[in-house]
Write a protein of this length. Sequence first.
Length: 256
Amino acid sequence: MLWLRIMVQRLLIGALTRLLGPQHPRVVDRLCILGDTARDARKMSVAERAFRRALEIEDMRRPVRSPELAAILAKAGGLCLTPKRAGEAKAMFERALVLSEQGHPIGSDRLPPILDGLAQAYRLLHEDAKAEALRRRALALREAALGPDHPEVLNSVTRLGQVLSDLGKYDEAEPLFAGVVETQERLHGPESLAVAAALDNLAYLLDQRGEFARSEVLYRRVVAIEKAVMKRPGLANVQIEGHRPAGPVESSRARE
């Protein structure tokens, strides 16, 4: 139970603070665990306090532990990715990115989430051109590290396609979405929720272009797949980025 884990982490933080001092790296590590646990439990205020306290401790450390500080900034920034707090999130992710690019580089596996977080902050601030460049960079890093068929790479392609759609670059976005459809069909077969999610994104793009006849065909296929999946006994839910029940949506920005 997450509430019990939160309680345990608080007790451990108190004990470590008394034994090792309030600025010890192990205290910071436990604060981050508390923040992650509280976030998973939807206790966002608890999570934010934990991450901010960890951030204050790391900020006072000399020399700066750049990887740790960048990671904490990204965690805290992620909690601020709302329209009202997008400016805060942007500042945190920008600082995390600077730390990652200075003389203390963090691993390439950690860099794409920072790029994605900053891109989402720009999206919320309606600065999609800046978001596009960050999405492209995150995709390039993931593809080089993981290969073109990895789920994180396919999600990265989808995020880039959504930015391009909102910028009106439909001719660039369509082959990205279509490519995800083809890959998901090859990996999972034609009747999977992964394919439904990819078709849904492509159909939404066609809606934006005013190609309603084409989008209707795809939406009907999405509904057929979802109905077929619902009839399969014992099938676990598959969570695919960008997926929602078929039908109209308000904007691709809200889908991210």
